[in-house]
Design a protein. Structure first.
Lengths: 337, 249
């Protein structure tokens, strides 16, 4: 009953420190291993090569955009399984709008309208998630699983079952261009969003309420926070970020596809978990999620780079998820409460 | 003098369960009113009507003489009524500063003004003469008493005129219970009116000026603490009848 904050012994403080920065260390470790491997096996550098860095960052874009929204949702004690197909829904919507306006409007305006339509339709999907969860009290896992199916179906119907090619040069530039030939535009967009999300989560009332709801929903409610509205906002935000991923996909592959985000959901959740967020809510950071997404991208790209069969990627990423949760648990048991 | 709070003829039914029938109760500045009664008597329900968690089916609430409508926790807070719950009052993952200001954060533009909030939180806690080593660790790492203090600091900072404490010491050890008792006396001295609910008759009798006993959703009676013996109060709780000579409205 009388537990006060105990001073940590030196041993446990090492575990605490390592626990807090283990994902950084692990990312550095991975890079070093791949670097040594690449040099020994093919006499080539892994990291000191613009192409590799760009590829890793491009591979990070989509899972990270999903993971950013999921970080908020997971901190608030929820989950969103529908985002993968929100990407596809947005991608197909953007493509259809651009294609239908192709002959009548300049490319730039076509793209702008495509983007607006994609974000709007995604936000509607997010709003439905939010209403199901916050107003009708459906568990997030179930509600968003239902929306996973609905988004998927609507996306394939809008795409008429195939991919929707887009013939719009500005769209293609958005997905494939780069700033000064160095920073790919999708990476730049993602970076800007990362900075904004980090700031929102750590410095604003919106972020504070997200943590409070995940920590103790009832206390948040009693403190006068509009939990329902905030929860709905979180799912809308997550869907809007998924739409950005869908728009980038459409630009990059100059086509809309319903399955644009399908394989990414698990990696996105993995990034959040590796980044230190608790699936029970109340904990997580944007920076952690970014590191988590980079770890996954480095593993996937690195294994390809050193010629390991791509199937090992799944095993490696799966192992890292489990490892990250174990590290987190041992850190918690040391910090104790 | 107008009472700080007057609840008149409050009734509330949950389905087939008449949780409150025709309950009237009042509270004066600087006064502690203890609410007693068996489990399920309606104590928590009554104060939840006042704190905006429930809406009564009928009845009136007056704050300093004027009638008010309390439809949600914000309404209640706006009238200077703060509630401290035995549990579930704090967000465990947030630190003391965040909990003191939860829902009413100080901001600088759109950014949380953490420095000001920390200074202000420290001031209130000092005023309550409570030692909390770090205001910047999650409150889950704090003792029960420290946590309860954070909840009270929250109420004090926002200048509560009325404090509702529903079993504030149920999870605390003897020392910490005593500490909360001291806090109650300090707040009372500052003119705060306090509704105190507890199962510990001893505690309540010690701190309260008046006692209101409830049974089956009705008020059995209200008495001045100094006029009654513990046995008489027990009689009211168990039998549900007030000795005529003690009745006091
Ligand atoms: N939200 C609710 N829905 C339905 N019935 C409720 C609700 N809240 C309370 N009740 C009922 O109202 C009655 C009064 O409950 P209340 O919690 O006010 O009792 P109490 O006096 O605080 O008891 P305790 O000492 O056990 O805390 C009980 O019969 C209870 O079951
Ligand atoms: Mg109760």
């Amino acid at each position: 009953m009388n537990q006060t904050v105990k001073p940590a012994s030196s041993g446990s403080s090492i575990i605490k420190t390592v626990g807090a920065i283990w994902s950084w260390l692990f990312l550095a470790f991975l890079i070093v291993v791949f670097e040594i491997w690449a040099r020994l096996s093919f006499g080539q550098t892994f990291l000191f090569n613009l192409n590799s860095v760009q590829s890793i960052l491009m591979a990070t874009v989509q899972p990270l955009l999903l993971a950013l929204g999921l970080t908020f949702v997971i901190i608030a004690g929820g989950i969103d399984l529908s985002v993968g197909f929100t990407v596809g829904l947005a991608s197909v919507t953007a493509a259809q709008v651009m294609q239908s306006l192709n002959s009548s409007l300049p490319s730039g305006i076509g793209l702008a309208l495509g983007i607006i339509a994609a974000i709007l339709i995604a936000m509607i999907a997010g709003l439905v998630n939010g209403l199901l969860i916050a107003r009708l009290n459906i568990p997030p896992f179930i509600g968003t699983l239902g929306m996973y199916g609905i988004n998927r179906g609507v996306a394939f119907i809008l795409a008429k079952g195939t991919t929707v090619p887009v013939d719009n040069p500005v769209n293609s530039a958005l997905g494939n261009g780069s700033v000064l030939g160095i920073i790919p535009i999708p990476v730049l967009i993602t970076l800007i969003i990362v900075v904004i999300m980090h700031y929102v989560l750590s410095q604003t009332k919106f972020g504070q309420y997200t943590y409070a709801i995940g920590g103790n929903k009832q206390a948040a409610q009693r403190a006068g926070i509009n939990v329902e509205r905030h929860t709905i906002g979180l799912y809308v935000l997550t869907a809007a970020l998924a739409a950005v991923a869908g728009i980038i996909y459409t630009g990059r592959f100059t086509a809309g596809a319903a399955q644009a985000g399908e394989p990414t959901l698990l990696n996105a959740i993995a990034a959040v978990v590796i980044g230190g967020a608790s699936l029970f809510g109340g904990e997580g950071k944007v920076v952690g999620t970014v590191i988590g997404a980079l770890i996954i991208a480095v593993i996937e790209f690195g294994l390809v780079y050193i010629n390991v069969s791509p199937f090992y990627q799944f095993i490696a990423v799966g192992a890292v998820i489990i490892l990250s949760v174990l590290v987190d648990q041992s850190r918690r048991s040391v910090v104790g409460s | 003098m107008n009472p700080l709070i007057e609840m008149k003829n409050i009734s509330l039914r949950f389905g087939g369960n008449q949780a409150l029938s025709d309950v009237s109760i009042n509270l004066y500045p600087g006064e502690v009113v203890g609410l007693l009664g068996h489990n399920g008597a309606g104590k928590s329900t009554l104060i939840k009507v006042l704190s905006g968690a429930y809406k009564s089916d009928s009845g009136q609430i007056f704050v300093e003489g004027s009638e008010v409508k309390i439809n949600n926790p914000q309404d209640s807070q706006r009238h200077g009524i703060e509630t401290i719950y035995q549990s579930l009052a704090l967000a465990d993952n947030l630190d003391a500063v965040a909990n003191v200001f939860l829902g009413r954060e100080k901001i600088n533009g759109v950014v949380l003004d953490e420095d000001t909030m920390e200074i202000e939180a420290r001031k209130v806690l000092d005023r309550l003469r409570v030692k909390i080593p770090s205001l910047r660790v999650p409150v889950s790492n704090m003792s029960g008493g420290q946590r309860q203090t954070v909840a009270i600091a929250r109420a004090v900072y926002f200048k509560a005129k009325v404090l509702i404490m529903d079993e504030p010491t149920a999870a605390l050890g003897p020392e910490e219970t005593q500490k909360v008792g001291e806090l109650i006396k300090a707040l009372k001295a500052e003119g705060v009116g306090i509704f105190l609910i507890s199962h510990d008759l001893h505690d309540v009798a010690d701190l309260s000026d008046r006692l209101t006993v409830m049974k089956n959703g009705r008020v059995v009676g209200t008495v001045n603490t100094k006029d009654v013996s513990e046995d008489e109060v027990l009689g009211m709780i168990i039998a549900g009848t007030t000795p005529k000579h003690l009745a006091n409205k």
